[in-house]
Design a protein around this ligand. Structure first.
Ligand code: MG
Length: 313
């Protein structure tokens, strides 16, 4: 009996693992994808019961923790392995995207305040930029930092407060220099510019359009701070690309209606991490930097990976 029971347990364990793996991943190019995500990696739900999650960002200070946004709840949330999900900031002015600058300060895109802010080391919140050409921004959505200190952010109108009017003439991608306070339009031909990320060498900038095109475009970054090209890199057939991140190898990880899709630098789909709810954004973090955190509607998910996020020098 003991032998049979042991055999049954072993069979059951194997069966369970295979089922979980098949449910958690979709594989395009197995060899390349499994160098990034192990075949038996499993998606874990870290917290749920929230409203609409966005803007995950790993904070290395204080033992390491994740900040993320629950936009409708008007809160920034905090997750730690020890304490789970708690509230970090309320109100958050319906903050969406979050990012650390090179000094480790939190940069936040505040929808309803229509501005980009920086949380300084003493905890004060400083407004970096809230207008272009004398007109209010729409509702900054997401932001990327370049090694020269410039912040690149998208400004679709998704978060315009009710009763307020759009003042900008379009939905732009902006380049902002916090040192000189100079803001310029980097790209002006998007429907709904959303997530954005630089390649590891910063020669490319990927920008998601979550509006009608539902694609990611890739631009060449010129030495003078302007962009060129802008060809379509990948088009999604399920949901829209929202948050995107590059790993250290230059692969592009994009949120999608069915989870997170991973594309090689040439645009080939390598595979996907599947989540039970549509994903809006993602980031790498954790003690070794290899945990992929995914904000997906009402829940926060994570999965171990074999790579890390590209970082500014
Ligand atoms: Mg977004």
């Amino acid at each position: 009996m003991r032998t049979l029971a042991t055999l049954f347990a072993a069979l059951f364990a194997t069966s369970t693992a295979v089922t979980a793996s098949a449910a958690d991943l979709a594989v395009g190019k197995a060899d390349a994808f499994h160098q990034l995500v192990a075949a038996d990696a499993k998606v874990e739900k870290l917290g749920t019961g929230m409203k609409f999650l966005e803007g995950p960002c790993w904070i290395t200070a204080d033992g390491g923790w994740l900040v993320f946004s629950d936009i409708p709840s008007n809160e920034l949330k905090k997750w730690t392995a020890a304490s789970g999900v708690t509230t970090f900031r309320n109100p958050s002015n319906h903050t969406n995207g979050n990012l650390l600058d090179q000094q480790g300060r939190l940069i936040s895109c505040e929808h309803s305040a229509r501005r980009v802010t920086r949380t300084n080391a003493d905890g004060t919140i400083e407004v970096l930029v809230d207008s272009y050409d004398g007109k209010k921004l729409n509702s900054p959505n997401d932001v990327a930092v370049k090694s020269d200190g410039t912040l690149w952010f998208t400004d679709p109108p998704y978060g315009l407060p009710k009763g307020q009017q759009q003042e900008q003439t379009g939905q732009h991608v902006f380049r902002f220099d916090p040192t000189t306070k100079t803001i310029t339009i980097a790209v002006a031909d998007f429907d709904r510019p959303n997530g954005l990320c630089f390649s590891p060498d910063e020669k490319l900038l990927y920008i998601a359009d979550s509006g009608k095109p539902k694609h990611i475009r890739v631009f060449s970054v010129k030495d003078d701070g302007t962009l060129a090209d802008g060809k379509v890199f990948a088009t999604l057939d399920k949901g829209s690309p929202d948050g995107i991140r590059c790993d250290v190898h230059g692969n592009v990880w994009s949120s999608a209606g069915d989870g997170v899709r991973v594309y090689a630098p040439d645009g080939t789909w390598l595979g996907s991490v599947l989540t039970p709810e549509g994903a809006a954004n993602l980031c790498f973090g954790g003690a070794d930097g290899k945990t992929l955190f995914i904000t997906a509607r009402t829940s926060l998910y994570a999965i171990p990976t074999l790579t890390t996020q590209a970082v500014v020098k």
